[in-house]
Design a protein around this ligand. Sequence first.
Ligand SMILES: CC(=O)N[C@@H](Cc1ccc2ccccc2c1)C(=O)O
Ligand SMILES: [Mg+2]
Length: 368
Amino acid sequence: MKIAGIELRRVAMPLVAPFRTSFGTETERDVLLVRVDAGAAEGWGECVAMSEPLYSYEHVDGAAEVIRRFLVPILAAAPSVDGYAVGELFEPIKGHPMAKAAVEMAVLDAQLRIAGMSFGGFLGAVKETVPAGVSVGIMDTIPALLTAVESYLAAGYSRIKLKIEPGWDLEPVAAVREQFGPDVLLQVDANTAYTLADARHLARLDPYDLLLIEQPLSEDDMRGHAQLARVLQTPVCLDESITSARAAADAIALGACSIVNIKPGRVGGYLEARRVHDVCAANGIAVWCGGMLETGLGRAANIALAALPGFVLPGDTSASDRYYATDITEPFVLEDGHVRVPTGAGLGVTVDSAELSARTTATEWIPF
Ligand SMILES: CC(=O)N[C@@H](Cc1ccc2ccccc2c1)C(=O)O
Ligand SMILES: [Mg+2]
């Protein structure tokens, strides 16, 4: 596929409500979008990096610079490009998985639109809908939390995930179990907020029959997670630590986790995400699709990925209105606790140009 040029576009996406985690509170996303002009079709990619390096070392301005200065010139120099080639072409550039994933996604979208193939069809989706879970932030009070959880259960969400941190863990979990009973699928996400010294404290979550505890310790504390997993009844799930298929294989071999949260931006793209899925499936490790508050573009790609056979747990592939009053594509809606896998060519969603321009804060066109 010949690329005529690439556009980097920043859009401001105000959240319907502040979203608080152990590493900060987000009220508006500053999203970097990548548009590939391949002549016969254009392809869109979404970079999931936050404004500040609080989830991982990447941040949106840095990702834009890496794409502009290092990744685009590599693509421009290539005689022809397809989704499979992008990952290999970017090998010499160390790290920056979210920057790389955004470009690969845009190339894949263009290529698949031209080929008339859906993202799900390309990746190996085996389902037409996937169960949607929801991630609930840290709240000011327990009543506020229970009100939020009640609204999500009423909307039909298949699974509730509570953000936790020291000082907000046992009480919210106990309150949700007390209020909504033992059958609600419930899990927690610490975003690395604890240390091994908290092991006995975290073991006090065991009686609440959680599906998993996500990333309790530091991203690079593989041995700590393995030690913690031996102490807890609750299965340990890793997110930030799983930066590649090899990292997944290592974590599994070391007993650091028994469930994996897959995020294409964190591992460098959708093809690597599929390789993480394959490694986990080969080891009998359940996976689910994480979320990074994506617009309908990233959401479409994630839902297609979540339709692969190994994604046996509900992911954070919530409906669009969990985060945004209006999206830059047609919104994903909850239907009986599920979201529908797009069937159109490429991502299978269309950017609403009016919404896009209304939210655009910057755009730059880089001709090849
Ligand atoms: C849905 C969910 O909990 N996502 C991340 C955390 C997270 C939280 C806040 C974010 C703000 C802007 C961009 C990405 C973000 C990711 C997680 O699973 O760990
Ligand atoms: Mg997480």
